[in-house]
Design a protein around this ligand. Sequence first.
Ligand code: F6R
Length: 615
Amino acid sequence: MCGIVGYVGFRPALDVVVAGLKRLEYRGYDSAGVAVLADGGLATAKRAGKLVNLDKALAEAPLPGGTVGLGHTRWATHGAPNDANAHPHLDNAGRVAVVHNGIIENFAALRAELAGRGHALASETDTEVVSHLLAEAFSACGDLAEAMRQVCRRLDGAFTLVAVHADEPGVVVGARRNSPLVVGVGDGEAFLASDVAAFIDHTREAVELGQDQVVEARRDGVTVTTFDGAPGEVRNFHVDWDASAAEKGGYASFMLKEIAEQPKAVADTLLGRIDEAGTLVLDEVRIPAETLREAEKVVIVACGTAFHAALIAKYAIEHWTRMPCEVELASEFRYRDPILDQRTLVVAISQSGETMDTLMALRHAREQGARVLAICNTNGSTIPRESDAVLYTHAGPEVAVASTKAFLTQLVACYLVALYLGQVRGTKWGDEIRDVVRELSGVPARLERVLETMEPVRELARTLADKRTVLFLGRHVGYPVALEGALKLKELAYMHAEGFAAGELKHGPIALVERDLPVVVVVPSPRGRSVLHGKIVSNIQEIRARGARTVVIAEEGDESVVPYADHLVRIPATPTLLQPLVATVPLQVFACELATARGNEVDQPRNLAKSVTVE
Ligand code: F6R
């Protein structure tokens, strides 16, 4: 939440910062602002609304040029999304500018304290206290990094801060606690940003900051210290994707591009994880095999779409390893006092690696002695750093707020973890693992086929654009797929959409069914689990008898559903447990098209942000 960019170097800072903010707008789009050090002072501009409003303001009233600056795109927490609350925030003398992501929990007390010393605060934000405190500290010590360290020691909560001071030009200072900040290191320049996408055009060499660290960036390098001033430990990394991956590449939206990238994302996530003999080689899982053998249960924590991946993973883990597997919303987990110990393997799934609820859940798990394995898409992020081990999904940058390719790769990673546990614990024979791996390797080609046949789904979505409600039904692994289909529709089309386990229908939800209500049904493969299949075919008949308009997603060759489908969407035959990989794609396309038909902006749905760094 909130995108932050800081720059020091030789390029026009405003250009670098605004281009960086464009890449970070997915993190929040309630307002945007910039500040540049120029002519011995500080020039700023900020506007409520999307970045385009700021762009217009800058075109009408250009700022003076300078090579040091910062910028912010906001997802509002404290104070309405208006011009006054937009970042950057300044001190009363207008010499220091601060941008912030997170929440400063003790801001009310600090605000009262500052007011008592005669400071006039101009906004309703928690952030503004930092600019005033920094100005005071700087006037006493004359060193922005030291001032930042002193101020950070006084702050409670989660924050990323980036600041510049007109009296110390040539320096950008950043700080982080429980909120993301990465450093890009170029030749004669340095970048501070919430995400590497902001500086990928200029450098792929990055530094991952640790917890409670302050970074001082100058043209000739960066210095990292702890909040107490001790040298800070950092990790250097090379970003393994380039600028083109962060562009729309000819698609109308990032979401469409990311849906289309799914075959490659799945293939990349499998790459290098299976040796020639078909054995899984998950070198990243540094948790000793002995510990995995002795583990008594798996607990998966995640939020939103990642939670749906976790629900599907439960079926695979329990079936393949015979270990009990619990799945819990990360936001509920630690408040429940969950039963955890050294024999619990906790899996934390997160695309961004920054979701605060998931981070807090994994911290709680580690405090109780559990081992934590992260499944994550973002190198340099906090969740993998704080876990015992990490399995990266190689989806590439996911920019659209609604998760698509990350979800599919999270599923692949979950299947790999489940098979790996089966391999290590000896609950799966080598040839059984090889069979599943062979099926997984065939998924990218199946996804290509699904994507080639989506025009009727798009057409159907357009015809349903004026509906008020859409229901989604599934059984077994099709149930989380139904939940995911409903979530996508809610967040993109702003429609009432609900996913149900089809067996629950008669226990209440069937009362919602009325004439012409669209109901999307995910049908499991008729091969293998025929009982499951037969039951859902009955469910389709039941809702159709009550007037529902049925949209049936069924495997190629499954003729039994044909008489009851008002609209039939075919997906390639896939083993039941892996079917979510192909069955989800039509639901993503459906939601994206329907939202577009309603005039919504699919990449940046209202009220949302990509990376949820507050609880
Ligand atoms: C929905 C969506 C969200 C995220 C959730 C977790 O399309 O994207 O529900 O899945 O906010 O985010 P991560 O995976 O970054 O922890």
